[in-house]
Design a binder for this molecule. Structure first.
Ligand code: HEM
Length: 531
């Protein structure tokens, strides 16, 4: 038992004073004896008609569902989003007709799941890894999921490479050990990953906890207004608590004592009424290719520079309620990038398009075909479909006016009709040759170099130290390729990694971590920024 799992996690106050109920089976039968298996005599063999025992043990045998293939380790909380009703000095309706943003002070319930990416459901929360930041907004128009990370960029820009980057980062399929040689083998062939790696191996790769980190949608979406006009949009959550990251050494210190520190920090803060808050900002760009930029606005390895595309505040999110049951709410929660509401749309960002298939596909397998009937995933808005059946279906998603005999459409016998909104449909025009080809403006090094130069001295020192530690076990050709990439980002960056690797005198103790992160001083909002 983790010694930091404090008593107050279990102080379910009122429970002690309640009247006692009767333990039952799942069939509702009272259980007379929950201590002894039914046997022939009190020492004899067990009987097969021992329903109570078989029900109990066979349910236990099925307690787990498949872990998420990525982001398996997570923590969740409920709360609300409150709209500012404007986009800076502009009315928000200029950009989007999404109802949740329109009215100042309007609250929409949310559920958020934070996570680490690579390791399993009980792995330490101190590891160097991006952090997931997935928010489900239960809007009056149905659900909107914003499935983001703490970091603002990603390793790759085409969804077809996702299984490869994840396989490289996951443990070796033979040894089941994460291996930096496998990681850098892949990364050395993936120049677009340099920006993400620069963040990941700096203190930004180990946020101190979930409350003091940013969230970003990473991919480029669209907003659509009442006239059917679209803009490109990026989302950013900024923690009111400030930003705090850890050095490798600090993370290791925490990990010695507690591998659940981020979950615990979030749970306890909410229990004591110290509700974490984030402000939501957007960046907008007109909906075109922007040939004037040296990057493609649909490339998720790039930041949209803040000075050209200012952050516009549109609302705040407050987390004020812990889940009542981890499995039901946090484990079975299913977020996806395809889950948008009216006033939002997809951009042609190739990662976003690939992700949009992947989430609901994996959830039909991981949770089941009827995952959207579960309370945590179900919209608060009335659902009325003709979809029926499937494993674990427990209710008919009928409108009260719907004819229960008619599960098809069109029909003269039913009262269910297609929606007929007054707002204009957004119909982008697309033409071109169908091909497999990378985008033109790849520019893999410029922003990575800028990020390197923007870091504070201690952040750069940590970055170099962590990269050197992780590149040390790699074969020479991988080291050389990585040095070449870093040098193209910034001459000093490459030189320092090279010198680190050449320096035999380097303190071995500092160098023997495979993965983890840098140790961490405190960064506040006034400190270094990602964008
Ligand atoms: C989870 C696929 C890129 C953020 C997942 C899951 C899959 C997946 C299959 C597990 C979902 C589940 O079991 O419920 C992909 C693919 C990607 C991609 C195919 C690229 C093509 C990204 C990016 C981000 C991201 C760029 C950050 C913006 C997340 C988060 C979760 C997640 C936060 C956890 C959601 C939760 O808490 O349940 N992803 N992903 N993913 N992904 Fe991605």
């Amino acid at each position: 038992m983790d010694k930091n799992s404090k008593d107050n996690l279990h102080s379910n106050k009122d429970e002690d004073n309640k009247e006692k109920g009767t333990l039952t089976t799942r069939q509702g039968h009272p259980v007379r004896d929950n201590q002894n298996t039914k046997t022939v005599g009190n020492r004899g063999p067990a009987t097969l008609e021992n329903y109570e025992f078989i029900e109990k043990i066979s349910h236990f045998d099925r307690e787990r569902i498949p872990e998420r293939v990525v982001h398996a380790r997570g923590a969740g909380a409920h709360g609300y989003f409150e709209a500012y009703g404007s986009a800076g000095d502009e009315p928000i309706s200029k950009y989007t007709r999404a109802k949740l943003f329109q009215e100042k002070g309007k609250r929409t319930p949310v559920f958020i799941r934070f996570s680490t990416v690579i390791h399993s459901g009980t792995s330490p929360e101190t590891l160097r890894d991006p952090r997931g930041f997935a928010v489900k907004f239960y809007t009056e128009d149905g659900n909107w999921d914003l499935v983001g990370n703490n970091l603002k960029v990603f390793f790759i820009r085409d969804a077809i490479k996702f299984p490869d980057v994840i396989h490289a980062l996951k443990p070796d399929p033979v040894t089941n050990i994460q291996d930096s040689e496998r990681i850098f083998d892949f990364m050395s062939q993936t120049p677009e990953a340099m920006h993400m790696l620069t963040f990941l191996f700096s203190p930004w790769g180990i946020p101190a906890n979930y409350r003091q980190m940013q969230g970003s949608g990473v991919n480029t979406y669209k907003w659509v207004n009442e006239d059917g006009e679209a803009v490109l949009v990026k989302y950013h959550f900024e923690p009111v608590q400030g930003i705090r990251n850890l050095t490798q050494e600090q993370a290791e210190e925490i990990q010695k004592k507690n591998f659940n520190h981020a979950t615990q920090d979030l749970y306890e803060a909410i229990e004591r009424g110290d509700y974490p808050e984030w402000e939501l900002y957007v960046q907008v760009m007109s909906d075109d290719d922007h040939p004037e930029l040296d990057f493609d606005p649909l490339d998720d390895t790039k930041i949209w520079p803040k000075d050209q595309f200012p952050w516009i505040p549109v609302g705040k999110m407050v987390l004020n309620r812990n889940p009542e049951d981890y499995f039901n709410e946090v484990e079975q929660a299913a977020f996806g990038t395809g889950v948008l509401v009216d006033g939002m749309d997809f951009s042609d960002d190739k990662m976003l398009q690939g992700r949009t298939f992947s989430y609901s596909d994996t959830q039909r397998y991981r949770v089941g075909a009827n995952y959207l009937q579960l309370p945590i995933n179900r919209p608060k808005k009335k659902v009325a479909t003709n979809q029926r059946g499937g494993q674990m279906s427990y209710q008919v998603d009928n409108d009260e006016n719907q004819n229960p005999h008619v599960n098809y459409e069109p029909s003269l016998m039913n009262n269910l009709e297609e929606a007929n909104p007054s707002s204009k449909t957004y119909s982008p025009h697309v033409s071109g040759e169908v091909k497999k080809e990378a985008i033109d403006r790849q520019n893999p090094y410029k922003q990575a170099g800028e990020t390197y130069r923007k870091f504070k001295d201690w952040e750069r020192d940590e970055l170099i130290k962590n990269l050197v530690a992780n590149l040390k076990p790699c074969r020479k050709e991988i080291q050389e390729k990585m040095i070449e990439h870093f040098t193209k980002c910034d001459e000093e960056y490459g030189r320092r990694v090279k010198e680190g690797l050449e320096n035999d005198k380097m303190d071995a103790a500092d160098m023997d971590s495979t993965h983890g992160g840098p140790a961490g001083a405190t960064q506040t909002k006034e400190g270094v920024e990602q964008a």
